[in-house]
Design a protein around this ligand. Structure first.
Ligand code: MN
Ligand code: MN
Length: 460
């Protein structure tokens, strides 16, 4: 007969389950995480930061067709926007890969191809938002500009403006309440409309002479002086507008991290660290950091692209197996966030199946919406295998659904990896205010997730 405390299922705050040393290690781990966040405001920057860490840890760049052997540490960079890193195991590759799949793109505002205009002596940039945002949240906060300028002379210049204390920031204005009577009658998704997300980038004319468009001219002159940039170069450039704020501790006890872009860099960072720390693993282990998840995993840097499949096919053949054998034997944690239960908006969750801040890594058996439509529903056998491994390793974990039935829902990259034949389970960190310009996570959950990823790579 089961002991009374094992008969029923209930969850506690991680702090009641772990030692003070564990908590100390968790806080230290989050210092690295915050540095990663500040250095990685875009998918391109996340790839660059990850590549730097990979190189420092002895990983070498891999091209399709390269010779590999057990113990090799390799990484495969795909168009500066997505990345695979792997450590080749000592077991035959036919036993499959142990894969962590996270995404490194986050909701943001992209500049339109022809964005710059002047209106009433203000210079502004038109944007097209990327991913699911509440548009009104992006007004009246300091914004930074990141991306690549593609110059007419063939040069590519990386830009980041708004992150250093000495930098200027950018800004989207909103109406004062005194004159917002009509605006406040709009529905929530229309309080700020897509075409109202215009970024203020200048206000001073170039000279005293009464020129037309003198403020816009001035902005262009400054860009030209600094980068050799002309207006036409906007047409090919990729510029993302993101919140200018840095990652900060939140709360008197510093238990939470507030930052932009934690969906899904809060899973990408621990997943990368877990692979970085594997020395001569039994099975081949890998992490994929994918782009474009927030808009459907599309494009040649998204998880629906064949770049991942080609990589697996290539190493499978080199190591004497084939793609289908390896895919069918592979196991994957789709490393993505879940919505943490929010006491202020309790009604959107079903509390028995919601994930909670500080109850550990969240396993999400299925996502989808309205009758599990579009869900990748993990197989019971695989869910059990993961849970038993976590229990044996004393990893704090919880189970979670994304919101109550019939309300909304969401998806991750899980389905695209499941399509390739591998076992897949969604696993990651609960987030408060997901997709907001500044999101909240728990330091203890982030560390538990890292330990979970490490345990998965080592034992499954
Ligand atoms: Mn996500
Ligand atoms: Mn998301």
């Amino acid at each position: 007969m089961a002991k009374k405390d094992l008969l029923t299922y209930s969850l506690k705050h991680i702090a009641s389950e772990v030692s003070q040393q564990w908590t100390k290690r968790a806080f230290r781990f989050n210092e690295g995480y915050k540095r990663f966040l500040d250095a990685s405001k875009t998918e391109r920057e996340a790839v660059a930061t990850a590549v730097k860490q990979l190189q420092e840890n002895g990983f070498r760049p891999f091209r399709l067709g390269d010779a590999i052997k057990p113990g090799d540490k390799i990484y495969f960079e795909n168009r500066h926007k997505s990345l695979i890193a792997a450590v080749i195991g000592t077991e035959p590759i036919a036993k499959g890969i142990r894969l962590l799949a996270a995404h490194i793109d986050s909701p943001r505002l992209d500049l339109k191809p022809n964005p710059l205009y002047e209106d009433s002596e203000l210079a502004l940039l038109k944007t097209h938002y990327y991913g699911g945002i509440k548009k009104y949240q992006w007004t009246t906060i300091p914004l930074a500009m990141h991306g690549v300028l593609m110059l007419s002379d063939g040069r590519k210049v990386e830009v980041s403006v708004g992150e250093e204390d000495k930098d200027p920031v950018f800004y989207i204005d909103d109406l004062l309440p005194h004159l917002a009577q009509d605006q406040m009658k709009r529905s929530g998704s229309e309080v700020i409309r897509g075409e109202e997300l215009n970024v203020v980038v200048g206000s001073l004319p170039q000279s005293k002479e009464d020129e037309k468009q003198a403020v816009k001219q001035h902005v262009l002159q400054l860009l030209n002086d600094k980068y050799g940039f002309v207006e036409r170069d906007f047409l090919a450039s990729e510029i993302e507008i993101v919140p200018a704020a840095k990652a900060r501790d939140v709360g008197f006890d510093r238990g939470l991290t507030g930052a932009y872009g934690q969906d899904d860099r809060v899973c990408a960072y621990p997943a990368l660290q877990a692979v970085l720390s594997q020395e001569s693993p039994k099975n081949t282990v890998a992490v994929v950091l994918a782009d474009k998840e927030e808009i459907g995993s599309v494009g040649n840097s998204g998880m629906q692209s064949a770049f991942f499949q080609y990589f697996v096919a290539d190493i499978a053949e080199t190591l004497g197996s084939n793609e289908r054998t390896v895919m069918m034997a592979s196991k994957c944690l789709s490393a993505d966030v879940n919505a943490a239960f929010d006491p202020t908006f309790a009604s959107v969750s079903e509390q028995m199946n919601a994930s909670y801040i500080n109850r550990g890594m969240v396993l999400t058996k299925y996502t989808g919406a309205r009758g599990k439509s579009g869900a990748s529903d993990a197989n019971a056998e695989f869910v059990a295998e993961v849970q038993h491994a976590f229990d044996a390793a004393k990893i704090p974990w919880q189970i979670g659904e994304l919101g109550r039935v019939d309300l909304g829902g969401g998806g991750t990259v899980a389905g695209y990896l499941a399509n390739l034949g591998m076992e897949v389970l969604d696993a990651g960190v609960p987030v408060l205010s997901m997709h907001a310009p500044y999101e909240l996570t728990s330091k203890l959950d982030v560390y538990a997730t890292y330990l979970g990823f490490d345990c998965f790579l080592k034992t499954l």
